[in-house]
Design a protein around this ligand. Structure first.
Ligand code: SAH
Length: 213
């Protein structure tokens, strides 16, 4: 099967699993996931599974990317912050749904690879930075939406502070070794509403910029 056919099959599978947002499905259709996975795994690029990338990290499972994108209820004018660029795939999907994506990664190696993919695809509304995402991106706040693609032991208050009133954040919460819970946070004027969405497994959110050889 060629990649285009595999991609259509993946999209039909996502639809069957409850991904109904047409904009999200169309964004996934537009992004060639094969570009974001290491060459050795290219033939699995359209399997609905997470795959290893460099620096011991992972590119998320397409279903999880679609589910998180849908849960964010992204608007066309939104400014989104992503913590954990990884391969850049989730950021590329979001780039087709909103005005601008700011994404932070603690491994420079991963960031450079992701930036190459954005350049290859002509994606110009993603701004990527090497840094510690646990502090958010103070120069660019507030954000309409925040997506964290690494598991945090607790929800970082700094990130809630950088979210607009009426804004939504989606974040996996829990220890590295346990099954974590994907949580959706809605910031109201006077309170923060938390909804548990589903069990997930992500690599951990680690403080500080990574030391690389
Ligand atoms: N969104 C990614 C998934 C990447 S996995 C994708 O679509 O491929 C999670 C990523 O979060 C890893 O690359 C890891 O290095 C990064 N990460 C973990 N803690 C971080 C932190 N404090 N700041 C920025 N990135 C972090």
């Amino acid at each position: 099967m060629v990649d285009d056919e595999k991609k259509i099959n993946l999209i039909m599978a996502l639809r069957r699993q409850g991904i109904t947002d047409q904009r999200v499905l169309a964004a996934i259709e537009r992004v060639p996931r094969d570009l974001f996975v290491p060459e050795t795994f290219a033939r699995h690029a359209y399997d609905d599974s997470a795959l290893p990338i460099e620096c011991g990290q992972t590119i998320s499972q397409p279903y999880v990317v679609a589910f998180m994108s849908q849960a964010l209820e992204v608007g066309e004018r939104d400014k989104i912050l992503e913590i954990g660029t990884g391969s850049g795939y989730q950021a590329a999907v979001l780039s087709h749904l909103c005005r601008r994506v700011y994404t932070i990664e603690r491994y420079r190696t991963l960031l450079a690879e992701a930036q190459k993919c954005f350049d290859t695809l002509g994606i110009t509304n993603v701004t990527a930075m090497a840094g510690d995402g646990t502090r958010g991106w103070p120069e660019q706040e507030p954000f309409d939406r925040i997506i964290v693609t690494a598991a945090a032991p607790v929800i970082p208050n700094i990130l809630i502070d950088q979210l607009k009133i009426g804004g939504i954040m989606v974040i996996p919460v829990g220890k590295e070794t346990d099954v974590q819970t994907l949580v959706r946070i809605m910031k109201h004027e006077d309170r923060v509403e938390e909804t548990e969405l589903m069990p997930v497994r992500f690599v951990p959110l680690v403080e500080g910029v990574a030391r690389e050889l």
